[in-house]
Design a binder for this molecule. Structure first.
Ligand code: PNS
Length: 161
């Protein structure tokens, strides 16, 4: 069985992530969407909130499993016997970080390959952080995240204001 992992912070899931999830899952028998911890970021949502947002966004897809994992990505890959990691590449600004992560993962686990999927043009400019910022100042994020995610972001900001 061809198994791959699509890891990320997903704080929260965006339509750009969902595009990558659907494209990656069409290339393998089983795709794990792994909610991991990026120590360089501060999060708005808990891991279990993020997992449930993703699960709700992919209802009906039968070869995708969403899990939270606290540890190294390559250890998660070994645990689920995945030989490939999918990442999305939006713009040239992503390139450096993605190559750095791919190389460290390769150093840690040479048998696991990182595959970079170029983001759909429509989503090449969006990120979870920019969406949260736009929503904070009252901008419309309707086309950028699923409806339940939009509601969750607005609710968080309402509580903080
Ligand atoms: O969505 P992000 O923040 O770009 O995802 C980065 C993430 C979470 C995939 C990365 O930080 C990660 O793999 N974290 C788990 C710990 C790990 O394996 N670190 C070494 C590889 S960067």
């Amino acid at each position: 069985m061809n198994t791959a992992v699509y890891p990320g912070s997903f704080d929260p899931i965006t339509n750009g992530h969902l595009d990558i999830i659907h494209r990656a899952s069409s290339l393998v028998d089983k795709l794990y969407v792994a909610v991991l911890i990026n120590n360089r970021k501060k999060y708005m949502f808990t891991a279990s909130e993020k997992v449930s947002f993703i699960q709700k966004s992919i209802e009906g897809s039968n070869n995708i499993e969403v899990v939270a994992y606290n540890g190294l990505l390559v250890d998660f890959c070994k645990k689920v016997d995945a030989k490939a990691i999918f990442k999305g590449l939006r713009a040239v600004t992503d390139f450096e970080t993605e190559v750095q992560m791919a190389l460290i993962n390769k150093r840690l686990e040479p048998d696991i390959e990182t595959l970079l999927l170029v983001s759909a043009e429509d989503y090449s400019f969006i990120s979870s952080s920019i969406i949260k910022e736009v929503a904070f100042y009252g901008g419309d994020i309707t086309d950028l995240v699923p409806p339940h995610v939009k509601e969750a972001i607005l609710e968080k900001w309402r509580r903080q204001k």
